[in-house]
Design a protein around this ligand. Structure first.
Ligand code: UFG
Length: 343
Protein backbone atom coordinates (compact mmCIF):
# COMPACT_ATOMS: atom_id res chain seq x y z
CA UNK A 1 0.00 0.00 0.00
CA UNK A 2 1.59 3.24 -1.13
CA UNK A 3 1.56 6.27 1.18
CA UNK A 4 2.60 9.70 -0.08
CA UNK A 5 4.59 11.47 2.63
CA UNK A 6 5.03 15.15 1.82
CA UNK A 7 7.97 16.72 3.64
CA UNK A 8 9.30 13.19 4.20
CA UNK A 9 12.95 14.25 4.33
CA UNK A 10 12.22 16.67 7.20
CA UNK A 11 12.53 16.08 10.93
CA UNK A 12 9.17 14.51 11.79
CA UNK A 13 8.63 13.28 8.23
CA UNK A 14 11.80 11.18 8.11
CA UNK A 15 11.03 9.48 11.42
CA UNK A 16 7.51 8.73 10.22
CA UNK A 17 8.82 7.23 6.96
CA UNK A 18 10.95 4.83 9.03
CA UNK A 19 7.91 3.71 11.06
CA UNK A 20 5.78 3.34 7.91
CA UNK A 21 8.42 1.17 6.29
CA UNK A 22 8.67 -0.93 9.44
CA UNK A 23 4.92 -1.56 9.06
CA UNK A 24 5.53 -2.62 5.42
CA UNK A 25 3.93 0.41 3.84
CA UNK A 26 5.44 1.50 0.55
CA UNK A 27 6.52 5.14 0.84
CA UNK A 28 6.75 7.87 -1.76
CA UNK A 29 8.35 11.06 -0.44
CA UNK A 30 7.61 14.42 -2.07
CA UNK A 31 9.76 17.29 -0.79
CA UNK A 32 11.20 20.47 -2.27
CA UNK A 33 14.32 20.10 -0.07
CA UNK A 34 13.99 23.74 1.02
CA UNK A 35 14.74 22.81 4.63
CA UNK A 36 16.14 19.27 4.39
CA UNK A 37 18.85 17.25 2.69
CA UNK A 38 18.61 14.53 0.05
CA UNK A 39 21.10 12.50 2.16
CA UNK A 40 18.23 11.73 4.54
CA UNK A 41 17.01 9.13 2.03
CA UNK A 42 20.17 7.04 2.42
CA UNK A 43 20.01 7.42 6.19
CA UNK A 44 16.44 6.14 6.22
CA UNK A 45 17.59 3.20 4.11
CA UNK A 46 20.44 2.70 6.60
CA UNK A 47 17.84 2.11 9.31
CA UNK A 48 15.17 0.15 7.46
CA UNK A 49 17.07 -1.38 4.54
CA UNK A 50 14.61 0.19 2.10
CA UNK A 51 15.28 3.31 0.05
CA UNK A 52 12.03 5.28 -0.15
CA UNK A 53 10.85 6.44 -3.54
CA UNK A 54 11.45 10.21 -3.85
CA UNK A 55 10.31 13.12 -5.99
CA UNK A 56 11.56 16.69 -5.66
CA UNK A 57 8.35 18.67 -5.97
CA UNK A 58 7.15 22.07 -4.82
CA UNK A 59 3.60 21.24 -3.75
CA UNK A 60 2.61 24.89 -3.65
CA UNK A 61 2.78 24.77 -7.47
CA UNK A 62 -0.43 23.42 -8.92
CA UNK A 63 0.93 21.86 -12.11
CA UNK A 64 3.84 20.24 -10.31
CA UNK A 65 1.45 18.71 -7.77
CA UNK A 66 -0.85 17.45 -10.53
CA UNK A 67 2.14 15.87 -12.26
CA UNK A 68 3.15 14.06 -9.10
CA UNK A 69 -0.29 12.52 -8.66
CA UNK A 70 -0.53 11.61 -12.36
CA UNK A 71 2.78 9.76 -12.18
CA UNK A 72 1.66 7.80 -9.11
CA UNK A 73 -1.92 6.60 -9.61
CA UNK A 74 -1.39 3.98 -6.87
CA UNK A 75 -1.18 6.44 -3.93
CA UNK A 76 -3.64 5.19 -1.29
CA UNK A 77 -3.29 7.82 1.42
CA UNK A 78 -1.30 10.91 2.33
CA UNK A 79 0.59 12.19 5.34
CA UNK A 80 1.11 15.89 4.76
CA UNK A 81 4.07 17.41 6.62
CA UNK A 82 5.48 19.74 3.97
CA UNK A 83 5.23 23.29 5.29
CA UNK A 84 7.29 26.24 6.40
CA UNK A 85 7.50 26.16 10.19
CA UNK A 86 9.52 28.97 11.70
CA UNK A 87 7.42 31.29 13.85
CA UNK A 88 9.89 34.20 13.62
CA UNK A 89 10.42 33.88 9.86
CA UNK A 90 6.66 33.86 9.35
CA UNK A 91 6.41 37.28 11.02
CA UNK A 92 9.04 38.67 8.61
CA UNK A 93 7.73 36.91 5.49
CA UNK A 94 4.00 36.30 6.01
CA UNK A 95 3.18 35.88 2.32
CA UNK A 96 5.77 33.13 1.95
CA UNK A 97 3.97 31.27 4.74
CA UNK A 98 0.47 31.79 3.39
CA UNK A 99 1.53 30.91 -0.15
CA UNK A 100 3.47 27.82 0.79
CA UNK A 101 1.34 26.32 3.56
CA UNK A 102 -2.12 27.09 2.17
CA UNK A 103 -1.49 26.48 -1.53
CA UNK A 104 0.17 23.13 -0.96
CA UNK A 105 -2.76 21.88 1.11
CA UNK A 106 -5.32 23.12 -1.43
CA UNK A 107 -3.40 21.52 -4.32
CA UNK A 108 -3.19 18.21 -2.50
CA UNK A 109 -6.89 18.18 -1.57
CA UNK A 110 -7.85 18.91 -5.18
CA UNK A 111 -5.66 16.10 -6.47
CA UNK A 112 -7.07 13.74 -3.85
CA UNK A 113 -10.59 14.33 -5.13
CA UNK A 114 -9.48 13.98 -8.75
CA UNK A 115 -7.72 10.68 -8.03
CA UNK A 116 -10.27 9.36 -5.52
CA UNK A 117 -7.84 9.27 -2.61
CA UNK A 118 -9.82 9.65 0.59
CA UNK A 119 -7.44 9.64 3.55
CA UNK A 120 -5.09 12.35 4.78
CA UNK A 121 -3.19 12.91 8.01
CA UNK A 122 -2.37 16.56 8.56
CA UNK A 123 0.43 18.09 10.68
CA UNK A 124 -1.15 20.65 12.95
CA UNK A 125 0.22 22.24 16.08
CA UNK A 126 -0.63 23.05 19.66
CA UNK A 127 0.10 26.62 18.62
CA UNK A 128 -3.62 26.79 17.71
CA UNK A 129 -4.45 26.92 21.45
CA UNK A 130 -2.18 29.90 22.21
CA UNK A 131 -2.02 30.52 25.97
CA UNK A 132 -5.03 28.45 26.93
CA UNK A 133 -7.10 29.47 29.94
CA UNK A 134 -7.28 25.88 31.17
CA UNK A 135 -4.51 23.29 31.39
CA UNK A 136 -4.05 20.63 30.21
CA UNK A 137 -5.51 21.53 26.83
CA UNK A 138 -8.10 19.21 25.33
CA UNK A 139 -9.07 19.01 21.67
CA UNK A 140 -12.20 20.93 22.65
CA UNK A 141 -10.24 23.76 24.30
CA UNK A 142 -11.12 26.95 22.40
CA UNK A 143 -8.76 28.01 19.65
CA UNK A 144 -7.19 31.42 20.31
CA UNK A 145 -6.39 34.03 17.64
CA UNK A 146 -3.01 33.07 16.20
CA UNK A 147 0.07 34.92 17.45
CA UNK A 148 2.01 34.51 14.21
CA UNK A 149 1.34 34.03 10.49
CA UNK A 150 2.75 30.49 10.91
CA UNK A 151 0.19 29.70 13.61
CA UNK A 152 -2.51 31.27 11.49
CA UNK A 153 -1.66 28.98 8.55
CA UNK A 154 -2.19 25.96 10.82
CA UNK A 155 -5.59 27.30 11.93
CA UNK A 156 -6.65 28.11 8.37
CA UNK A 157 -5.45 24.73 7.09
CA UNK A 158 -7.60 23.01 9.74
CA UNK A 159 -10.59 25.07 8.56
CA UNK A 160 -9.89 24.26 4.91
CA UNK A 161 -9.82 20.55 5.73
CA UNK A 162 -13.09 20.80 7.71
CA UNK A 163 -14.92 22.82 5.03
CA UNK A 164 -13.70 20.50 2.30
CA UNK A 165 -14.64 17.45 4.38
CA UNK A 166 -18.28 18.56 4.27
CA UNK A 167 -18.44 18.46 0.48
CA UNK A 168 -16.03 15.67 -0.44
CA UNK A 169 -15.30 12.07 0.50
CA UNK A 170 -12.00 13.11 2.05
CA UNK A 171 -11.53 12.12 5.66
CA UNK A 172 -8.78 13.55 7.75
CA UNK A 173 -6.90 13.15 10.98
CA UNK A 174 -5.52 16.48 12.18
CA UNK A 175 -2.68 15.94 14.63
CA UNK A 176 -1.82 18.77 16.96
CA UNK A 177 1.81 18.28 17.91
CA UNK A 178 3.19 19.70 21.12
CA UNK A 179 7.01 20.10 21.15
CA UNK A 180 8.68 17.31 19.17
CA UNK A 181 12.34 16.75 20.10
CA UNK A 182 14.90 13.94 20.19
CA UNK A 183 16.11 11.72 17.37
CA UNK A 184 16.07 8.14 16.16
CA UNK A 185 18.02 5.79 18.46
CA UNK A 186 20.34 4.88 15.55
CA UNK A 187 21.43 8.56 15.44
CA UNK A 188 21.16 8.32 11.64
CA UNK A 189 18.28 10.79 11.39
CA UNK A 190 17.32 13.78 13.52
CA UNK A 191 16.64 17.49 13.41
CA UNK A 192 18.80 19.50 10.97
CA UNK A 193 18.18 23.19 11.64
CA UNK A 194 19.49 25.56 8.98
CA UNK A 195 21.62 28.35 10.45
CA UNK A 196 21.16 29.43 14.06
CA UNK A 197 18.46 27.30 15.69
CA UNK A 198 15.41 28.92 17.25
CA UNK A 199 14.24 25.87 19.13
CA UNK A 200 15.47 24.85 22.54
CA UNK A 201 16.93 21.39 21.98
CA UNK A 202 19.08 22.05 18.90
CA UNK A 203 20.34 25.18 20.65
CA UNK A 204 21.26 23.15 23.72
CA UNK A 205 23.06 20.41 21.78
CA UNK A 206 24.89 22.90 19.54
CA UNK A 207 26.05 24.80 22.64
CA UNK A 208 27.24 21.62 24.31
CA UNK A 209 29.22 20.54 21.24
CA UNK A 210 30.84 23.99 20.99
CA UNK A 211 29.06 25.51 17.97
CA UNK A 212 27.32 28.16 20.13
CA UNK A 213 28.82 30.03 23.09
CA UNK A 214 25.94 29.71 25.50
CA UNK A 215 22.21 29.11 25.64
CA UNK A 216 19.91 32.03 26.31
CA UNK A 217 17.10 31.02 28.62
CA UNK A 218 14.23 33.26 27.62
CA UNK A 219 12.83 34.44 30.93
CA UNK A 220 12.78 33.11 34.50
CA UNK A 221 9.95 35.29 35.79
CA UNK A 222 7.03 33.24 34.55
CA UNK A 223 4.34 31.98 36.90
CA UNK A 224 5.84 28.45 37.02
CA UNK A 225 7.64 26.58 39.83
CA UNK A 226 11.16 27.60 38.69
CA UNK A 227 10.11 30.68 36.72
CA UNK A 228 11.01 29.28 33.26
CA UNK A 229 8.39 28.46 30.62
CA UNK A 230 6.78 25.03 30.43
CA UNK A 231 6.17 22.88 27.33
CA UNK A 232 5.00 19.34 26.62
CA UNK A 233 8.04 17.82 24.89
CA UNK A 234 7.40 14.63 22.93
CA UNK A 235 9.94 12.20 21.49
CA UNK A 236 9.85 12.36 17.70
CA UNK A 237 9.69 8.54 17.44
CA UNK A 238 6.60 8.48 19.67
CA UNK A 239 5.13 11.13 17.41
CA UNK A 240 6.00 9.08 14.31
CA UNK A 241 4.25 6.05 15.83
CA UNK A 242 1.11 8.12 16.36
CA UNK A 243 0.98 8.77 12.60
CA UNK A 244 0.86 5.03 11.94
CA UNK A 245 -2.08 4.71 14.32
CA UNK A 246 -3.82 7.68 12.67
CA UNK A 247 -3.36 6.49 9.09
CA UNK A 248 -4.45 2.94 9.96
CA UNK A 249 -7.59 4.29 11.64
CA UNK A 250 -8.53 6.16 8.45
CA UNK A 251 -7.63 3.28 6.12
CA UNK A 252 -9.67 0.85 8.25
CA UNK A 253 -12.64 3.26 8.20
CA UNK A 254 -12.75 3.35 12.00
CA UNK A 255 -13.06 7.13 12.26
CA UNK A 256 -16.36 8.29 13.73
CA UNK A 257 -16.57 11.56 11.81
CA UNK A 258 -14.88 12.62 8.56
CA UNK A 259 -12.47 14.97 10.31
CA UNK A 260 -10.94 14.04 13.66
CA UNK A 261 -8.47 15.95 15.84
CA UNK A 262 -5.89 14.56 18.24
CA UNK A 263 -3.47 16.17 20.68
CA UNK A 264 -0.07 14.51 20.50
CA UNK A 265 2.05 15.12 23.56
CA UNK A 266 3.05 13.19 26.66
CA UNK A 267 0.61 14.99 28.94
CA UNK A 268 3.52 16.24 31.07
CA UNK A 269 5.02 19.70 31.05
CA UNK A 270 8.69 20.45 31.69
CA UNK A 271 10.34 23.80 32.27
CA UNK A 272 13.37 25.02 30.32
CA UNK A 273 15.57 24.42 33.38
CA UNK A 274 14.24 20.88 33.77
CA UNK A 275 15.15 20.17 30.13
CA UNK A 276 18.64 21.57 30.73
CA UNK A 277 19.09 19.43 33.83
CA UNK A 278 17.96 16.29 32.00
CA UNK A 279 20.38 17.10 29.19
CA UNK A 280 23.27 17.61 31.61
CA UNK A 281 22.51 14.35 33.42
CA UNK A 282 22.25 12.27 30.24
CA UNK A 283 25.20 13.82 28.37
CA UNK A 284 27.55 14.43 31.27
CA UNK A 285 28.17 17.90 29.82
CA UNK A 286 27.74 21.04 31.91
CA UNK A 287 25.76 23.48 29.80
CA UNK A 288 26.62 27.18 29.67
CA UNK A 289 23.49 29.28 29.85
CA UNK A 290 22.38 32.78 30.80
CA UNK A 291 18.97 33.97 31.85
CA UNK A 292 17.63 36.66 29.53
CA UNK A 293 14.40 38.61 29.16
CA UNK A 294 11.32 36.79 27.89
CA UNK A 295 11.19 36.08 24.14
CA UNK A 296 8.38 38.09 22.53
CA UNK A 297 5.44 35.91 21.53
CA UNK A 298 6.30 33.04 23.91
CA UNK A 299 3.51 31.64 26.01
CA UNK A 300 4.03 30.78 29.66
CA UNK A 301 2.94 27.17 29.80
CA UNK A 302 1.13 24.51 27.84
CA UNK A 303 0.74 20.77 28.04
CA UNK A 304 -1.68 18.30 26.53
CA UNK A 305 -4.55 16.22 27.71
CA UNK A 306 -3.76 13.13 25.62
CA UNK A 307 -6.74 11.04 26.73
CA UNK A 308 -8.38 11.11 23.34
CA UNK A 309 -5.28 9.98 21.42
CA UNK A 310 -4.60 7.31 24.04
CA UNK A 311 -8.12 5.88 23.95
CA UNK A 312 -9.17 6.39 20.36
CA UNK A 313 -5.87 5.85 18.55
CA UNK A 314 -4.71 3.24 21.07
CA UNK A 315 -1.41 5.13 21.17
CA UNK A 316 0.61 6.38 24.08
CA UNK A 317 3.94 8.23 24.22
CA UNK A 318 6.40 5.77 25.77
CA UNK A 319 9.66 7.71 25.86
CA UNK A 320 10.53 10.10 28.68
CA UNK A 321 12.44 13.38 28.81
CA UNK A 322 15.80 11.65 29.45
CA UNK A 323 15.34 9.51 26.30
CA UNK A 324 14.62 12.67 24.38
CA UNK A 325 17.65 14.65 25.54
CA UNK A 326 20.02 11.66 25.23
CA UNK A 327 18.92 10.81 21.68
CA UNK A 328 19.22 14.47 20.66
CA UNK A 329 22.75 14.52 22.08
CA UNK A 330 23.75 11.31 20.27
CA UNK A 331 22.46 12.85 17.04
CA UNK A 332 24.51 16.04 17.58
CA UNK A 333 27.62 13.93 18.24
CA UNK A 334 26.94 11.96 15.06
CA UNK A 335 26.75 15.23 13.09
CA UNK A 336 30.05 16.34 14.63
CA UNK A 337 31.71 13.04 13.59
CA UNK A 338 30.49 13.52 10.02
CA UNK A 339 31.85 17.07 10.02
CA UNK A 340 35.22 15.88 11.29
CA UNK A 341 35.36 13.34 8.49
CA UNK A 342 34.64 16.19 6.07
CA UNK A 343 31.23 14.86 5.04
N1 UFG B 1 13.92 28.59 24.70
C1 UFG B 1 14.98 29.19 25.36
N2 UFG B 1 16.13 29.43 24.65
C2 UFG B 1 16.27 29.12 23.35
C3 UFG B 1 15.18 28.50 22.68
C4 UFG B 1 14.02 28.26 23.38
O1 UFG B 1 14.89 29.50 26.55
O2 UFG B 1 17.33 29.39 22.75
C5 UFG B 1 12.68 28.33 25.45
C6 UFG B 1 11.50 29.07 24.87
O3 UFG B 1 11.42 30.36 25.42
C7 UFG B 1 10.35 28.17 25.27
C8 UFG B 1 10.96 26.77 25.21
O4 UFG B 1 12.37 26.96 25.30
O5 UFG B 1 9.97 28.43 26.58
C9 UFG B 1 10.65 26.02 23.95
O6 UFG B 1 10.96 26.84 22.85
P1 UFG B 1 10.99 26.30 21.36
O7 UFG B 1 11.41 27.43 20.48
O8 UFG B 1 11.79 25.04 21.27
O9 UFG B 1 9.49 25.86 21.08
P2 UFG B 1 8.16 26.76 21.14
O10 UFG B 1 7.31 26.17 22.19
O11 UFG B 1 8.44 28.20 21.23
O12 UFG B 1 7.60 26.53 19.66
C10 UFG B 1 7.25 25.24 19.25
C11 UFG B 1 7.48 25.08 17.75
C12 UFG B 1 6.54 25.95 16.97
C13 UFG B 1 5.13 25.77 17.43
C14 UFG B 1 5.02 25.93 18.92
C15 UFG B 1 3.66 25.58 19.39
O13 UFG B 1 8.80 25.43 17.40
O14 UFG B 1 6.62 25.58 15.60
O15 UFG B 1 5.93 25.04 19.56
O16 UFG B 1 3.45 26.09 20.65
F1 UFG B 1 4.31 26.68 16.85
Amino acid sequence: MKILVTGGTGFIGSHTVVELQKQKFEVLIADNLSNSSIDVLDNIAGITGVLPDFEKVDLSEREATAGLFNRHPDIKAIIHFAASKSVGESVDFPLKYYRNNLNSLINILEEMTKHEIHDIVFSSSCTVYGQADELPVRETTPIKPAWSPYGNTKQICEEIIRDNGRVSKIQASMLRYFNPIGAHESALIGELPLGVPNNLIPYITQTAIGIRDYLRVWGDDYNTPDGTAIRDYIHVVDLAEAHIAAINRLLDGKNEVPVEVFNLGTGKGYSVLEVIHSFEKMSGVKLKYKIQNRRPGDIEKVWADTTRANKVLGWVAKRGLDDMTLSAWNWEKHLAELKNKGK
